[in-house]
Design a protein around this ligand. Structure first.
Ligand code: ADE
Length: 220
């Protein structure tokens, strides 16, 4: 299976993202709905939604974790910025998980005359990155436990990515079989992704702090 990868190439950080795999953490979305890109043409305003990770047991740093490591190794992020990042993560006054809850709202609407209609309101925090990219974190109920599980997504306009196959842009056509694209995050994108992971929950905060300190220790 083709997985996402992050590497250093031609003096830039590059994220290599498969866009056609239903099981992957990357989807194309239009108006917040997934698009079947093997069937329908990708449009100018579409965005890639990447449910990004930072660490994988047995593999170590991946995706966001690897971006930070590479950015620091190649001095796109300096020691001072890494220290600022640690300070920020260490001093978050309130975590996303603690500050919000999922809310069930009643209405006077009826369905088929006999059902009350309710809506579940899910908190989402949003932050713009560079070049039209943005981050969103959403609170979810934990699948098999009590409590919330915040999920972070990076959104990337499709016009910001280039295909690794012959045609460069993916806009205005269907995706090819097993199509893979490249996205070049800025150093600010990397910093904001890491900061946002660090404010999601206590567990994320601890994980991210550990990762930054490990990178600092390994790379000096
Ligand atoms: N842990 C791994 N990936 C995550 C994501 N996208 N959001 C929140 N926590 C995660």
């Amino acid at each position: 299976m083709v997985e996402s990868d992050v590497k250093w190439e031609d003096g830039k950080i590059v994220c290599v993202l498969p866009i056609t795999l239903p099981t992957s953490h990357i989807r194309v979305k239009r108006n917040d709905e997934p698009v079947a890109v093997r069937k329908y043409k990708i449009e100018e305003g579409d965005v890639l939604e990447w449910q990004i990770s930072y660490y994988k047991e047995g593999r170590g740093l991946i995706e966001a974790g690897k971006m930070l490591m590479i950015a620091y190794a190649h001095r796109l992020i300096n020691k001072n910025q890494l220290t600022e990042l640690i300070d920020y993560i260490n001093n978050v006054p309130i975590l996303f998980e603690e500050g919000f809850k999922i809310f069930k709202r009643k209405t006077v609407e009826k369905f088929l005359g006999e059902f009350e209609v309710m809506y579940r309101e899910v908190p989402i925090i949003h932050k713009n990155l560079d070049n039209g990219c943005f981050l969103e974190a959403e609170l979810k109920h934990k699948q098999k436990a009590v409590g919330y599980q915040p999920m972070l997504y990076v959104f990337i306009p499709v016009k910001n990515v280039i295909s690794t196959s012959l045609t460069n842009s993916i806009v205005g056509r269907k995706a090819m079989k097993k199509e893979v694209v490249k996205w070049y995050p800025t150093s600010r994108d990397v910093i904001e992704i890491i900061k946002t992971f660090g404010i999601l929950s206590k567990k994320h905060n601890r994980d991210i702090l550990r990762i930054i300190k490990q990178i600092e220790k390994d790379l000096g």
